[in-house]
Ligand binder design. Structure first.
Ligand code: ADP
Length: 665
């Protein structure tokens, strides 16, 4: 651990760390190799020395053999007088000097041995002069066949020389010095052998310890580098994960001064600027959403009044002309509502806040309803809508009926809008049916003005109208198709278009929906035909909390169309008091009210004893997902947007009173 922290404190770059990790064991390996080289050289040298010593000893023995040859030759001759014996004597004598020289050269590094050789040489020469040569000369004078007096004298000289043992003494000294010489060499030899063994041992130690040390060091450095890199990468990976999950406050901390540190710092800077951009974007989206919500609320409230009052006006005695005027106002009002809804839808889709419902619905009924809604528009232009539905298509599917209807309405109304005569076809065909899933295609085919090939790719882009002149001619926001495309995408489907200018267009979409076995009670709203039937099917005491005068009148009128006489509370506080004083079966609650808003009033009512399960439905011009969320969090169980559509009220009553009440939508 200490070594780790030392390495960390060195503040090396990753490249330096890796180089360091390779260089140190490499250096150690070089050192071990150098030591091995030196010790193997030493071994070689020792081996040479051993060989040299053997050579010296062998030459020293050879020298002794020469001496013996000389001595035995001389003695043989002296005893026998046979000159044959002198042959080895002279031979040895002849090579003696060169042998001495050669041996002297071999031991030239050892002065003691050289001195011994000098002594041996001198003694040999002394032996030759004082003993050997003299005896040979004396013996040469003796004739063997017939001994004369002089012969006898010579012989006596020889015998006296032998008796005096001059030669023997010298030879013995030579032998002694030669023994010392060989012994000195042998001592040297054994010392060299010991040093050779020591060299081998030290080589072994170097190999074993050096290898272990290199392995340990390499292992330690590899682990250090691996751990360091892995740890730093882990920090980066963890942080990227955290940032990917939206936690931008997490930063990478790397306590070193290398590339990882720079990477970490840059990463932190990047996530910081990403955080700032996202915050700026979120606040911009929030501001936009709030603005849209406010605008939508501000527009919807008077629109509710205008359209509601029109409904009331329609029920009064009117001349034909007045009725036509009212229908024109309604058509304009409906158009305005379409624009508001389109803008709201697109902003919800962009913010990813559009939620799709998953409820069972009747496919054919939905198609017929849609065509029925457009029948007036088509017949006004002399266009017929022909519907062809594949018999193999299931009756009931699960999905967002209203959103699918919205897509069909948009495609069909475009087809009618951009067609001047002929037929608009709506074909539904089964694609595949498997394991409870139904894939089917809806085609909207018209014989209208068509779209130029170059303009086809503009169709699904926001606010793009193929030709601005068509806007002036046919009206529209240019948002319909992009909303359709996005809704279809969110449903997991696809939309495509083929068109030919002057010939017509075909919009085709493929959806994949689950097949439903039966409709639940709360999904049977569309089956109600006579609206007055509702109050007899579900007799209810209803309270409407609404502060706006006009909306109060409209609400009363709409509910009375369903057969209900509702009580009105003009703010949240009065709604709470009303609930305390009377038993209501259901409450429709506005969100924005003076004194106490709808959300607070809902919470207060649900806190009252015995009112914990009171079904409260929001009835508000705040129609964004966040508003809905606030309503459901407060305990409301339904939601009706303004301008109030009578069908939505029917929906909620059947849903909440036709089945067990559940919180949330
Ligand atoms: P808008 O509300 O303007 O109709 P859309 O997104 O529904 O918006 O359509 C965008 C444009 O695509 C239209 O203005 C029109 O130029 C073109 N378009 C859509 N459907 C058709 C069609 N069936 N035939 C010809 N042009 C069409």
């Amino acid at each position: 651990m200490k070594a780790y922290s030392i390495l960390n404190h060195l503040n090396l770059s990753i490249r330096q760390k890796i180089t360091f990790a390779f260089a140190i064991p490499l250096l150690l390996m070089t050192l071990v190799a150098a030591l091995l080289y030196v010790s193997s050289n030493r071994q070689n040298e020792t081996a040479k020395w051993v060989e040299h010593t053997h050579q010296v000893i062998s030459q020293a023995n050879q020298l002794l053999r020469l001496l013996i040859d000389m001595e035995t030759g001389q003695r043989g001759y002296v005893i026998t007088g046979n000159e044959v014996f002198l042959e080895p004597f002279y031979k040895a004598k002849k090579v003696w000097s060169s042998e001495i020289d050669s041996l002297s050269r071999l031991v030239s590094d050892n002065p003691e041995q050289v001195e011994r050789l000098v002594k041996i040489d001198l003694l040999q020469k002394e032996w030759l002069a004082k003993a050997a040569q003299k005896a040979i000369n004396a013996r040469a004078k003796v004739t063997t066949s017939d001994l004369t007096t002089s012969d006898l004298t010579s012989m006596n000289t020889v015998i006296s020389m032998i008796d005096a043992q001059t030669g023997k003494v010298i030879i013995d000294i030579i032998r002694q010095i030669k023994s010392q010489f060989i012994q000195a060499e042998e001592t040297l030899l054994s010392a060299r052998k010991v040093s050779a063994e020591q060299a081998i041992d030290s080589v072994k130690l170097i190999v074993v310890f050096g290898t272990v040390a290199i392995l340990l060091l390499a292992g330690f450095l590899s682990v250090y580098i691996y751990r360091y890199i892995a740890k730093s990468l882990e920090k980066l990976v963890t942080t990227t994960k955290q940032i990917a999950s939206g936690d931008f406050d997490h930063s990478v901390i790397i306590n070193s001064n290398d590339e990882f540190f720079t990477l970490g710092q840059n990463f932190n800077l990047m996530s910081q600027s990403l955080k700032e951009s996202i915050e700026a974007m979120e606040s911009a989206v929030k501001v936009k959403t709030e603005f849209l919500a406010n605008m939508s609320h501000e527009i919807r409230t008077p629109m509710n009044g205008i359209l509601g009052m029109l409904t009331l006006l329609e029920d009064t005695n009117l001349s034909k002309q007045q009725l036509e005027y009212i229908q024109s106002i309604r058509s304009c009002g409906d158009g305005l509502l379409v624009v508001i809804n389109d803008i709201l839808d697109i902003s919800k889709l962009e913010a990813g806040k559009l939620e799709l419902e998953q409820r069972a619905f009747e496919l054919r009924l939905m198609v017929n309803e849609t065509c029925y809604l457009l029948d007036g528009m088509a017949s006004q232009k002399g266009i017929t809508i022909s519907i062809l539905i594949d018999d193999k298509l299931p009756k009931l599917l699960v999905g967002d009926r209203l959103r699918i209807r919205q897509i069909l309405l948009n495609l069909l109304s475009n087809a009618i809008k951009f067609t001047n005569k002929g037929t608009v076809k709506l074909n539904l065909s089964l694609h595949s049916l498997s394991e409870g899933d139904c894939s089917f295609t809806i085609e909207v085919i018209d014989q209208g003005i068509g779209i130029a090939a170059d303009d086809l790719d503009k169709l699904f882009k926001p606010f793009s109208q193929v030709d601005t002149s068509t806007t002036r001619l046919y009206g529209g926001t240019g948002l319909g198709l992009i909303i359709c495309a996005q809704l279809i995408k969110q449903m997991g489907g696809k939309i495509s278009v083929t068109s030919e200018e002057g010939q017509g267009s075909t919009f085709s979409l493929t959806l994949n929906l689950a097949v439903a076995e039966k409709l639940l009670n709360n999904e049977q709203n569309t089956l109600i035909n006579n609206k007055l039937e509702l109050s007899s099917q579900f007799p209810l005491t209803i309270l409407v909390a609404e502060d706006n005068n006009i909306n109060q009148i409209i609400a009363k009128k709409l509910f009375s169309k369903l057969g209900y006489q509702v009580d009105i509370a003009v703010n949240g506080k009065l709604a709470v008091t009303a609930v305390k004083n009377k038993d209501y079966d259901m409450i429709f609650m506005d969100m924005q009210m003076p004194e106490m808003d709808g959300v607070t009033a809902t919470k207060e009512i649900l806190k009252l004893a015995g009112k914990e399960n009171m079904p409260i439905v929001a009835m508000t011009a705040n129609v964004l997902a966040d508003d809905k969320q606030r309503c459901f969090e407060a305990g409301m169980v339904g939601f009706v947007g303004k301008p109030i559509n009578i069908d939505n009220i029917i929906d909620e009553i059947i849903r909440l009173k036709g089945s067990k009440i559940t919180n949330g939508a």
